[in-house]
Design a protein around this ligand. Structure first.
Ligand SMILES: C[S@@+](CC[C@H](N)C(=O)[O-])C[C@H]1O[C@@H](n2cnc3c(N)ncnc32)[C@H](O)[C@@H]1O
Length: 280
């Protein structure tokens, strides 16, 4: 039973965090001429109408992209992400928020390839409509975890696998850890980026240890929270682990995350963190 619908959360703090990083990963991959494959295991709708009743109901986007998109002092590294948002809202009013497939569609080059998986049938159909005309794009109504087995390694032997699960099932952290291991074993030179919500610190320490135990190469961990650690009303923040990150990412992330934290945490709660979870 699929209960999670991203329309309620599109453009929130976690989306701004994950998509800012995703943009940097795709910009990094485009630095070499050789084509790459982008695989999005949990693709969502591709594009979100923020005037939709579900977005209006939670208004989560007001605390996320609503606080960021019109700022004139955003760092250079955030510009490709902001440009995609500005292009999606050409009249200057923020009504459309681009999801990960839309971002990838705008950053992949003519010879790059994209694979999108979305298990919810209705969301899959909307994704297909939103991605109409996208080049070198395959869209599957399929379980994204199983798709790792079907599509990795890609023939290009270069690429990014983005795992952005719904976290609506028990033991999602265990399933994520097994999926990271599988993705890396099948495609050892590929980049893998995985988003996760921040839970109690004991659960997060257990997750870190489980990742450190599966024999990963260089792995960068980035986190951004905008509420204190004992916050329980909703998620306090989120993180991303990036296996085989592009050259220079670790250096540019601290200032980017710090800027995002200042922009989205006016009460100065929570924090931005970065560390090598696995060193070279
Ligand atoms: C967090 S949202 C994805 C957001 C999207 N990656 C973005 O950044 O715009 C998670 C999506 O995964 C879908 N989903 C849930 N379980 C899935 C599974 N096992 N395989 C593929 N998609 C799944 C949900 O329907 C939902 O649309």
């Amino acid at each position: 039973m699929l209960s999670y619908r991203h329309q309620f959360h599109a453009g929130n703090v976690a989306d701004v965090f994950k998509h800012s990083i995703l943009t940097r990963l795709l910009v990094g991959l485009a630095k070499k001429d050789k084509p790459y494959c982008y695989m999005d295991t949990h693709a969502g709708l591709g594009r979100y109408d923020l005037t939709h009743a579900w977005s209006q109901k939670t208004a989560e986007w007001r605390h996320g992209i609503g606080r960021v998109w019109a700022r004139a002092d955003a760092p250079e590294s955030l510009q490709p992400y902001l440009e995609i948002i500005r292009n999606a809202n050409p009249d200057g009013h923020l009504t459309i928020y681009p999801g990960s497939p839309w971002i990838a569609r705008h950053l992949t080059r003519p010879n790059d390839r994209q694979i999108f998986c979305e298990l919810n049938k209705e969301d899959y159909n909307t994704l297909k409509t939103n991605m109409f005309g996208a080049r070198h794009t395959a869209i599957h109504n399929q379980d994204g975890f199983q798709a790792l087995r079907a599509f990795l390694p890609p023939p290009e032997r270069r690429g990014l696998t983005f795992i952005d699960a719904a976290f609506d099932q028990s033991d999602e952290f265990g399933r994520i850890t097994r999926s990271i291991k599988e993705a890396h074993q099948r495609f050892a030179t590929g980049m893998v980026a995985v988003w996760y919500p921040l839970m109690a610190s004991s659960a997060m320490q257990a997750f870190d240890r489980s990742l450190q135990a599966i024999g990963l190469p260089k792995t960068l961990q980035l986190e951004l929270s905008v509420y204190p650690e004992d916050w329980t009303a909703h998620i306090r923040g989120s993180g991303m682990v990036i296996i085989n990150p592009p050259y220079g990412l670790a250096e540019e992330m601290p200032s980017l995350l710090d800027w995002l934290w200042r922009a989205m945490s006016p009460e100065k709660q929570g924090c931005a963190r970065h560390q090598w979870l696995v060193q070279e």
